[in-house]
Design a protein around this ligand. Structure first.
Ligand code: NAD
Ligand code: UD2
Length: 312
């Protein structure tokens, strides 16, 4: 049985990946410090995985975690853009140095392939659409700089040491287990929670801003395909479909029967107006084509929030 490591495996995306890997017959090890993840997210696979509570900043934890692994999925990160603005040094220690320490351990342990969870944040406010991997990057937050730095480290390790790597630039991921509790949580988790509580949504600006929302099961499929492939470099992971925030609320209102009208607040500083991925690189080189239509993803996510309100 092949052993694979998932850093950040107790998180929103990581826990879905772990479930899928277990179903595919891998021996799965998780390294997570539970700073934003929860062991309960792994309840369905408890007893069938190896869970290491540890920190990617800690060399010993990381070496223990990669020992004997053929592939690594690196998802552990400080994921809140706001937190990286408030604490650029502390977040860089995790997102940048933690990633480097993982690569060092992976190289030393003879890991075959590392797949990294990067972000569409690296594109920043470049107005060209759809966003393509060969567009110039314009990071506008410490978070985006840290993700970009980690991407570069992956490619340097490829060039210098022959460690096979891929960075996946996730667009806006949504699905069960996404934590809606902060104002900076994913908008879908916030809107679904408010609709179920019969509360009006808060919309920053006119609601005409757009995002490319991708369902978590599709992101897991992209991660798996990237780990099996030998293609190197960066790949967008999105759907290629642009949805504006007002339309998103209308869909959620129709699904939940919530009759509240949105309350508009001033736009968020730094908010990007439009975002949508070009997805032909991932399709052509990884064979990844998203399968879950947006409406279907919303219904599945709503069903989960109905059962487990407030992200529990
Ligand atoms: P999440 O917060 O649920 O998962 C992150 C996990 O990393 C958590 O379980 C947390 O406890 C763990 N972690 C954090 N710091 C750690 C450390 N020092 N050592 C060990 N574990 C640590 O977030 P998520 O949405 O599942 O994000 C997963 C990855 O995908 C992240 O790298 C994130 O930047 C990236 N990403 C997510 C989105 C999205 O829309 N959710 C978009 C782009 C990129
Ligand atoms: C996403 C990522 C962020 C970073 C960024 C890079 C998430 C949760 N965040 O931020 O980590 O990668 O992309 O660009 O994936 N909105 C409302 N009302 C609300 C909440 C949000 O109107 O209650 C708006 C918000 O102003 C924005 C849009 O909805 O225009 C999406 O917001 P988001 O926080 O879900 O995601 P985003 O793209 O700002």
């Amino acid at each position: 049985m092949e052993t694979v490591l998932v850093t950040g495996g107790a998180g929103f995306i990581g826990s879905h990946l772990v479930e899928r890997l277990v179903a595919e017959g891998f021996a799965v090890r998780v390294l997570d410090d539970l700073s934003s993840g929860r062991v309960e997210h792994l309840a369905a696979v408890r007893g069938r995985i190896e869970f290491l509570e540890g920190d990617i900043r800690d060399g010993d934890d990381v070496r223990r975690a990669v020992a004997g692994c053929t592939r690594v999925f690196h998802l552990a990160a400080v994921v809140s853009v706001q937190k990286t603005v408030e604490d650029p040094l502390g977040s860089a220690a995790v997102n940048e140095m933690g990633s480097l320490s993982l690569l060092e351990a992976a190289r030393a342990a003879g890991v075959r392939r590392v797949v990294f969870a990067s972000s569409s944040a690296v594109y920043g406010d470049d107005p060209r659409l759809p966003k393509r991997e060969d567009h110039a990057v314009r990071p506008r937050s410490p978070y985006a700089v840290q993700k970009l730095a980690a991407e570069h480290y992956l490619s340097v390790y490829e060039g210098l040491f022959g460690l096979s790597t891929a960075s996946l630039r996730f667009f806006n991921v949504f699905g069960p287990r996404q934590d809606p509790s902060s104002p900076y949580s994913g908008v879908i988790s916030i809107f679904l929670t408010r609709a179920l509580a019969d509360e009006a949504p808060l919309i920053y600006g006119d609601g005409g801003q757009t995002r490319d929302f991708i369902y978590v099961a599709d992101v897991v499929e992209a991660l798996l395909r990237a780990s099996r492939s030998t293609e190197v470099g960066v790949f967008n992971v999105g759907t290629g479909r642009e949805v504006d925030i007002l339309t998103l609320w209308r869909e959620i209102a129709a699904l939940t029967g919530c009759g509240r009208s949105p309350r508009h607040l001033p736009p968020r500083p730094g908010d990007i107006r439009r975002s949508v991925a070009a997805i032909d690189e991932a399709a052509g080189r990884l064979g990844f084509v998203p399968q879950v239509p947006f409406e279907e993803g919303l219904s599945r996510t709503l069903a989960w929030y109905r059962r487990a309100p407030a992200g529990s």
